[in-house]
Design a protein around this ligand. Structure first.
Ligand SMILES: O=C(CO)[C@H](O)[C@H](O)COP(=O)(O)O
Length: 226
């Protein structure tokens, strides 16, 4: 079986009747949402979903999953989401699908955060995957200059027609081609303090469980202790 599908199905086992579930975004999370939809249809599972992007909202609505916004719930029991890179200390880069802002907000209010990935996402150090930074359009060229001056190799993410890609919140994404992030916590703190930066894709100390699909050993589940 496709490794993304394997972990998507496995992760849906963590979803129990009555839970409020954060529904992640991307090609791996897609299979988790499909499996929750199947369990609702075939097993009578009843949950409330909190989606992390317009794309997931569309998929979940089509499956008939009842949805609430993050502001309508007092907490989220578990959020299940993909990731672009996970380091050996279980920090991550997210935002390859440009949904990092809502993903980080939903994960922040979740009791548990489960990441589902195929083995290609597991790395020793973060940074080979370009780090997405969501910025407001106003002043974004100034941020590009600032990132350039720091040697962060920034590129505004663009659509096929050359226009900047707009996130669900109508912001831009600047991808930082860093190759290796020596100190993710220092970089996250610095980015948190730059005017015009809305959010960045460093998700540190957020995952409580990581489910990895491997071709030789099947599904591996790691409970992260911090
Ligand atoms: O952070 C994300 C979207 O913003 C995704 O979770 C991440 O890009 C992984 O996606 P995929 O499962 O398609 O590889």
């Amino acid at each position: 079986m496709n490794l993304k599908k394997m972990v998507g199905i496995e992760s849906a086992k963590y979803v129990k009747d009555g839970m409020t579930v954060g529904l992640g975004t991307g090609s791996t999370a897609f299979f988790m949402v499909e499996e929750i939809g199947r369990r609702m249809r075939e097993e009578g599972l009843s949950i409330t979903g909190v989606t992390t992007s317009n794309a997931t909202e569309k998929q979940a609505s089509e499956l008939g999953i009842p949805l609430k916004s993050i502001d309508e719930v007092d907490h989220v029991d578990v959020t299940i989401d993909g990731a672009d890179e996970i380091s050996n200390d279980y920090h991550g880069i997210k935002g390859g699908g440009a949904a990092l802002l809502f993903e980080k907000i939903v994960a922040t209010y979740s009791n548990k955060t489960i990441w589902i990935v195929d083995e290609s996402k597991m790395v020793e150090h973060l940074g080979a995957f370009p780090l997405p930074v969501e910025v407001i359009p106003y002043g974004s060229d100034q941020l590009v200059r600032l990132f350039n001056s720091k040697g962060y190799n920034p590129k505004i993410r663009r659509q096929d027609n050359g226009n900047p890609l707009l996130t669900d919140s109508k912001n831009y994404i600047i991808d930082l081609y860093l190759e290796k992030i020596e100190n993710p916590k220092d970089l996250a703190t610095w980015l948190d303090h730059q005017v015009g930066v809305v959010e960045h894709g460093l998700f540190l100390d957020m995952a409580t469980t990581v489910i990895i699909g491997t071709s030789d050993k099947g599904v591996q589940t790691i409970e992260v202790s911090r």
